[in-house]
Design a protein around this ligand. Sequence first.
Ligand code: GLV
Length: 388
Amino acid sequence: LATIPPPPALLRPLNVPPRLMLGPGPSNVPPRIQAAGGLHLIGHMHPEMFQIMDDIKQGIQYSFQTQNNLTFAVSGSGHCAMETAIFNVVEKGDVVLVAVKGIWGERAGDIAERIGADVRYVSKPVGEGFTLKDVEKALAEHKPSLFFITHGESSSGVVQPLDGLGDLCHRYNCLLLVDSVASLGGAPIYMDKQGIDILYSGSQKVLNAPPGTAPISFSEAASKKMFGRKTKPPSLYVDIKWLANYWGCDGKPRIYHHTGPVTNFFTLREGLAVLAELGLERSWAVHQENALKLHKGVEALGLKLFVKDPALRLPTVTTISVPNGYEWKDITTFIMKNHAIEITGGLGPSAGKVLRIGLMGYNSTQVNVDRVLEALRDALQHCRKNKI
Ligand code: GLV
């Protein structure tokens, strides 16, 4: 006899309240992508599934602007893609240089440290970006084999300029690894033209699919390092040899590795299809236009944008300095309770300093700009702690 009774919580109906997801992700899933997630399952090794995976591969090549053959989606979130990149490219003792200007550099460094890399850091205050000069100085000093930098730093709201970084890294015999989880589709990125060796993103931001899959691509030079390594990567789940085979990138018949998230692949395929239909240039322009409208409205409310240099403001995630006389948490809680809108506070080094508003993919609209500004105005009226 089962002596532990069924949990009462599971005997109640599933409760998923409607919400406008204007935080830094996940964003709302539009009906077309939601419908793809409701389709019946097929097997992860069925030929029709391989066709869908091939579609995904082409969609990633388009959105990354790359012709790399070794392009696919990992079965996991953006963190899983970060681990896929670092676990495969880095061997114990390798010098890895990490650019820290928010939380994602901290995470990448932590992952590389866990596998015994010799991790060096170069930092900028949160809210700023790196210049080519900053990076060159650090490359010359540390002589790394891999350099990590985040394109769309969702914790600070900074978009990092990437032009010239690839050539610079290659001059120093270093591979360039870029995190574009929060920026892909919302700000221009050209993997091949910009000489990026490893690029990854996530499904749950501009692509508007549920979290759980993460696009990734590797250049020839990155492949050479990975396939020439002396030791096995520390994870079987994200071992590049297995993943290359699973995604049909090695020219051999596909054999079972892990059971891919079939439903999530359907939704990722549709998210990439929506982006392909809209076109990258249009998508970049829409994100920029709506971000500028939001910035104007935020300043009209008497609030201050956290990123001082307008050229460094990330079009997908806007950061606002927490105003004097307010607790950030009171504002986000008020807006959730009274407007059913998610906005968030800071993350890592920006915690306590900022409010973050995301306008990503399907959510990047004038209507949503108006709704979140109205919610902010209401919160400013109701959440003041003390007179200033
Ligand atoms: C997650 O990506 C976040 O920025 O909160």
